[in-house]
Design a protein around this ligand. Sequence first.
Ligand SMILES: *[C@@H]1O[C@H](CO)[C@@H](O)[C@H](O)[C@H]1NC(C)=O
Ligand SMILES: *[C@@H]1O[C@H](CO)[C@@H](O)[C@H](O)[C@H]1NC(C)=O
Ligand SMILES: *[C@@H]1O[C@H](CO)[C@@H](O)[C@H](O)[C@H]1NC(C)=O
Ligand SMILES: *[C@@H]1O[C@H](CO)[C@@H](O)[C@H](O)[C@H]1NC(C)=O
Length: 507
Amino acid sequence: MEAFCLRWLLLVWQCFIIPVWGLDSYTAAVYEHPAVLQLNSMTPSTREEALKHMQKNLDIYQEQVHEASKQGVKIIVFPENGIHGFQNHRNVLYLYLEPIPDPNVVEWNPCLHPTEYNDIEVLYQLSCMARNGSMYLIANIGERQACELSDPQCPPDGRFQFNTNVVFDSEGNLIAKYQKWNLFILEPAYDKPKTLQHVIFNTPFAGKFGIFTCFDILFYEPAVSLIERYGVKQIIFPTAWMNLLPLLSSVEFHQAFASALGINLLAANQHHPEYNMTGSGIYTPFDFPYYYNMKSSEGKLLVAKVPIITSIRNHSLEQSESQMASAFLQEQKGEVKQGQTDLLKNSVSHMDGAEDIFHALMMFDNYTFIPLTGVQGNLQVCSNNLCCHVAYKYANTPNNLYALGAYDGRHTLDGIYYLQVCALVKCAGSGYDTCGQSVTDASDIIDFKLWGNFSTRYIYPEILASEMKIYRADSKGWNNNDFYMTKKEMSAGLVTAALYGRWYEKD
Ligand SMILES: *[C@@H]1O[C@H](CO)[C@@H](O)[C@H](O)[C@H]1NC(C)=O
Ligand SMILES: *[C@@H]1O[C@H](CO)[C@@H](O)[C@H](O)[C@H]1NC(C)=O
Ligand SMILES: *[C@@H]1O[C@H](CO)[C@@H](O)[C@H](O)[C@H]1NC(C)=O
Ligand SMILES: *[C@@H]1O[C@H](CO)[C@@H](O)[C@H](O)[C@H]1NC(C)=O
């Protein structure tokens, strides 16, 4: 009888539970790549030299695909500019570019049919890697497209140069390409595509994926639109992200984006600590394994099991996909739990120190700040129409200066985007002018509730602790007109806690 039960249990386990698990997740990899940026400090002057350079990176990609295939990876993502490096001169970049046929129009497997087009050496190798490793493969390459000078958008040299991601399925077919829409100011050698693209591709193991590149993540189009209007729950994100503290470090912001929108984000960054480039992750609504390393010069293959959240949502909510995204924002409103902690219960009973308000630049924006004083307290500070509040309590005697900052305005330095931010930051020194500067270490443990009366519903909650440790809020959501988050009992010193709001309509 016992033996029967045990065997029956095992059978149930094997027949039902394991397959269900197998269906509900898959293994993904992102590779943080220390791209070889140049060959022999020489600027190439021929296609052959450019190919020699790119081969160094392709050889590394091949090794990573091999390693990933041993770990059962179904999809691998490589970073932006990972093969051709950072080329700022239009004519030099041109040597690296390949023509990429439109996968919506032609079916093409470069590995099986390499002679159908010319100058497609990189596409050929990527396709063979995907096929040989039997996995979906996403890489960023440069694309060239001839145009007629009679076309008013055609550049004077008669060609477009795009920053393009290519997607291969596990047989090596080219199934999608995406041309970066929001070019960063450091990309003068590239052209903006003629049309905005919402690129979505299907996989047999996890359904739909959307794709965009680096700077795109700060804008509504195409990033948030893919998620909100097209119902995509999984995003492929090649990037070459330069970390900018306190608010826009890669792992800090990328996990906040995934968490706020309830999606999986497969983020592959370059690894160049000398340019402050590191930080890759596989961010899911549940777990968020990530890699951040400013000390080592090595690359890193990050492999993780990813839950298929499309299926969970499809089964649990009988809704159209675009409704699902807005339902998500409603769910966040539903998360409201008032009076989280004793500390916060009477948190607006009185406000301290309004006389200490000062201004300082944080990431080139002029924030209004108020310093934290004492072991616990309540503070408010406003900027234009946004008022930010914090109720806080130190677990220790305060060691360092912290301040609460508010910013409601347009950022204009390296791109134009409208922000509404409430941020509790550790200042770099003891002077008020150091608040908002870059800090990575902290020893003060602080419990807090942070909230503000935002005018946008796109709010990305960030909690960054000493040594680039990321936390998620204990609770977050809307309480009437305020968006809040709370956090207690962190095990590392607090560096930054921020509600990073983007008011896309005001860009
Ligand atoms: C296929 O993969 C194996 C090992 O993963 C590797 O040794 C071989 O060179 C690859 N072949 C091609 C054509 O990429
Ligand atoms: C990297 O970040 C540090 C700290 O924020 C900064 O001082 C330095 O200038 C940055 N380096 C580059 C190359 O941007
Ligand atoms: C920031 O704004 C305040 C108030 O408008 C102003 O007095 C101050 O000069 C500004 N600071 C900088 C660095 O622009
Ligand atoms: C936020 O609160 C302040 C102070 O109560 C108020 O002046 C401001 O209008 C509020 N903003 C919004 C968008 O309600």
